[in-house]
Design a protein around this ligand. Structure first.
Ligand code: VGL
Ligand code: ZN
Length: 196
């Protein structure tokens, strides 16, 4: 069984949003069309409490600076996808009716979560692995935002967990910060993710 996983197609990651990914909105029609090829569609939603530890403002630091967290280095982001705000909503044109499951992540105040499977400590699970296994889903296609962060970490974790994973790159857009896109593409290929 296969599933389409749509990563973080939310207002704050689209032009005009707090952490806008260039052209992030332009992938929405293609993602909606691709849903027709899948019995199972899963959406992820970045969902941070106000004052989240991944926000630069929480530490009086500059956005896009780095900070050493107990679980490793962390990029400090502009405030984005705060629970209950318009920025955290899915893009208005995204077809959310087809979603069997919406996975929220990043709600732990102390740990960021790029991946749909594990928080950034790489061990606290979101529950998605169990959901997929109990539904006998073994093949995953990932699309969404951002290629180099949440799509990348989700795809690599999925491959490590033994799923067959493809990232449809034309339906992803990247932040591309400090070489992050090249690093992500290399890392995903090394992990056995198919880039199509
Ligand atoms: C993301 C940075 C911070 C993403 C989420 O969805 O790629 N990036 N939070
Ligand atoms: Zn986030």
């Amino acid at each position: 069984m296969k599933a389409l996983i749509v990563i973080d197609v939310q207002n704050d990651f689209c032009p005009g949003g707090a952490l806008a990914v260039p052209d992030g909105n332009t992938i929405v029609p293609g993602i909606n069309a691709l849903m027709a090829d899948f019995d199972t569609v899963i959406l992820t939603q970045d969902w941070h409490p106000a004052g989240h530890s991944s926000f630069a403002s929480t530490h009086g630091a500059d956005p896009m600076s780095m900070m050493d967290m107990p679980y490793g280095p962390q990029v400090l982001w502009p405030e984005h996808c705060v629970q209950g705000t318009d920025g955290a909503l899915f893009h208005a044109d995204l077809n959310t009716d087809r979603a069997d499951l919406i996975v929220r992540k990043g709600y732990n105040p102390a740990i960021d979560s790029y991946s749909a499977f594990f928080e950034n400590d790489q061990k606290t699970p979101t529950g998605l692995e169990g959901y997929l296994h109990t539904r006998s889903i073994s093949d995953l296609v990932l699309v969404g935002l951002a290629t180099d962060f949440c799509v990348n970490f989700s795809a690599v974790d999925a491959a490590k967990l033994g799923f067959n994973v493809a990232v449809k790159n034309d339906l992803c857009r990247a932040i591309d910060f400090d070489g992050s896109l090249d690093g992500a593409l290399t890392g995903m290929k090394q992990a056995g993710v198919e880039i199509v």
